[in-house]
Design a protein around this ligand. Structure first.
Ligand code: PXP
Length: 238
């Protein structure tokens, strides 16, 4: 079965909005695991506007499932990953000012660099995954880097699926087949949601893990609002 790793950056964003410690990301991660998710993902960005580097350190001891740290492997990030030693590191070529990840790696141009950082993570027994578009050349080059997995960048699929274009899943299916043939595991993420996850996960062969943040937290608001409002109304009625 495909594993669900919940990206908790949005919980940190909400916490940071008030400067306090509510909602608490460690408590949230414990709850998310107790509710059955099979992994926790964090994406510390250099400006720490969502998850902070310290959050990754605080989370490590409470992870009972799988810990995935994703980000651009700048020296500060590499040091954090080597210190925290998560189960998996996902390498993402996001620029400092990107609102969210908006491109996969050019594994051809960056092959030597990726080989080097991946070797370092593997020496430390950390599984490596490369965020990537559905381009065969890039997937072949990803296999050359020594990475264990690729994470297919699903924004385009999600966009097209919303417009009713279900065929948009086909490049992902073919990419997953190729990645599997090359010995790579397959993760996927970005804009996956309750709306598209059933279709996507049924179509993609060998899908090891999906990492979902934005939609999952937004959906939790929608699905939780009624319960919380009723609790306020009850207390106000006493
Ligand atoms: N995978 C990667 C590499 C990401 O950068 C992100 C967003 O931080 C996700 C998955 C999750 O995307 P979303 O928040 O849209 O579910």
């Amino acid at each position: 079965m495909t594993k669900l790793s919940v990206n908790i950056n949005k919980i940190a964003t909400l916490r940071n909005a008030r400067g306090g410690d509510f909602p608490n990301v460690v408590k949230s991660a414990i709850d998310i695991q107790n509710f059955g998710a099979q992994g926790i993902t964090v994406h510390p960005r250099p400006d720490e506007r969502h998850i902070r580097y310290q959050d990754a350190r605080d989370l490590k001891p409470i992870i009972s499932t799988e810990f995935n740290i994703e980000g651009n492997p700048i020296p500060k990030f590499i040091d954090l990953v080597l210190e925290v030693k998560p189960h998996q590191v996902t390498l993402v070529p996001d620029s400092v000012d990107a609102i969210t990840s908006n491109a996969g790696w050019d594994t051809v141009t960056n092959q030597d660099f990726l080989k080097e950082v991946i070797a370092e993570f593997k020496r430390n027994n950390i599984r490596t995954s490369i965020f990537i578009d559905t381009d065969f050349k890039l997937i072949e080059a990803a296999a050359e880097t020594g990475a264990d997995r690729v994470e297919l960048y699903t924004e385009e699929f999600a966009l097209q699926y919303d417009k009713g274009n279900k065929k948009a899943v086909l490049p992902y299916v073919e990419s997953a087949k190729l990645a599997h043939k090359l010995g790579l595991g397959i993760n996927a993420g970005h804009d996956l949601s309750l709306h598209n996850i059933l279709y996507f996960s049924k179509k993609i062969p060998f899908l090891d893990e999906v990492s979902i943040g934005h939609a999952l937290i937004a959906e939790s608001l929608y699905l939780g609002l009624e319960n919380v409002i009723n609790q306020y109304l009850y207390k106000l009625s006493l």
